[in-house]
Write a new protein. Structure first.
Length: 33
């Protein structure tokens, strides 16, 4: 269970980073549209 929790936390952190990148890209493209 501990290993599974660690994997979930790592995945959540990766998703958060991906979401941050997507938001930054969206904000940088938004003014052009």
């Amino acid at each position: 269970m501990i290993e599974f929790t660690l994997k979930v936390k790592i995945t959540a952190a990766q998703l958060a980073k991906i979401l941050q990148v997507l938001v930054v890209l969206w904000l940088s493209v938004k003014p052009l549209t």
